[in-house]
Design a protein around this ligand. Structure first.
Ligand code: AP5
Ligand code: MG
Length: 203
């Protein structure tokens, strides 16, 4: 089963992808997490990536395609995968369609103000990468790891990301509508409810 999760920054793609990955035993492929891992390595490439994504801009298509091609043909993707953050534009979707067929596209719909609230309060565990909104304890509720803030989660950069999403990613909705594979989900509900709606869409 090959699933694409589509939605604005903060719509819950990562949260739902992790749940789906556990439920269906297929890997969660987050292009954002792959890029952030490279940044953590502090390689020359990582420093270049950091300059781009900390401003809320997109990485070049050619690099993203290289990353995706390498990842989706790994042995653990034999029974499918969940794509979180790719494709992010109609051009990327067209390129993807040349290398694989997608079964389901899930569009997580949420309004922008909600996204700003969520992302400006988001903390991510440096150990297990899970994200939490309530960081009162300053420790990860899942594994006890340290919590950190993403460099692109400042109010200013969140606005740039939303703007880029509107211009580049939103046209993907009508692109996928013509294939009949897309289902819109109300992403402004409890995490469990969003998850059960997604499962209903793919069953
Ligand atoms: P990426 O990491 O994909 O970031 P994003 O799309 O901006 O999305 P987020 O990860 O911020 O949000 P999410 O939808 O995963 O929500 P989450 O589950 O965390 O990409 C980062 C950057 O990398 C891009 O800006 C770009 O520069 C680059 N990049 C990546 N892919 C690329 C590509 N293909 N081409 C070019 N460049 C690329 O949830 C958010 C918060 O809300 C969390 O705290 C969570 O706990 C909480 N939450 C989730 N669901 C709920 C709910 N239902 N109710 C209440 N709280 C909730
Ligand atoms: Mg994410």
């Amino acid at each position: 089963m090959k699933i694409v999760l589509l939605g604005a920054p903060g719509s819950g793609k990562g949260t739902q992808a992790k749940l789906l990955s556990e439920e269906f035993n297929i890997p969660h492929i987050s292009t954002g997490e792959i890029l952030r891992t490279e940044i953590q390595l502090n390689s020359e490439l990582g420093r270049q990536i950091d300059k781009i994504i900390s401003k809320g801009n997109f990485m070049p298509d050619e690099l993203m395609l290289e990353i995706i091609k390498k990842r989706i043909f790994m042995p653990d993707c034999e029974h499918g995968f969940i794509l979180d953050g790719y494709p992010r534009s109609v051009d990327q979707a067209k390129t993807l369609s040349e290398i694989t067929d997608i079964d389901y596209v899930i569009y997580l719909n949420i309004n922008h103000q909600k996204v700003i609230d969520r992302l400006s309060n988001r903390w991510t565990c440096v150990n297990c990468q899970k994200s939490v909104i309530d960081a009162n304890s300053k420790k990860c509720a899942f594994c006890g790891g340290e919590l950190s803030k993403r460099t692109d989660d400042s109010t200013e950069v969140i606005k740039v990301r939303l703007n880029t999403y509107e211009k580049q990613t939103k046209p993907l909705i009508s692109y996928y509508e013509s294939s009949g594979k897309i289902t819109e989900i109300d992403a402004d509900q409890e995490i469990d409810k969003v998850f059960s709606d997604i499962k209903m869409a793919i069953n």
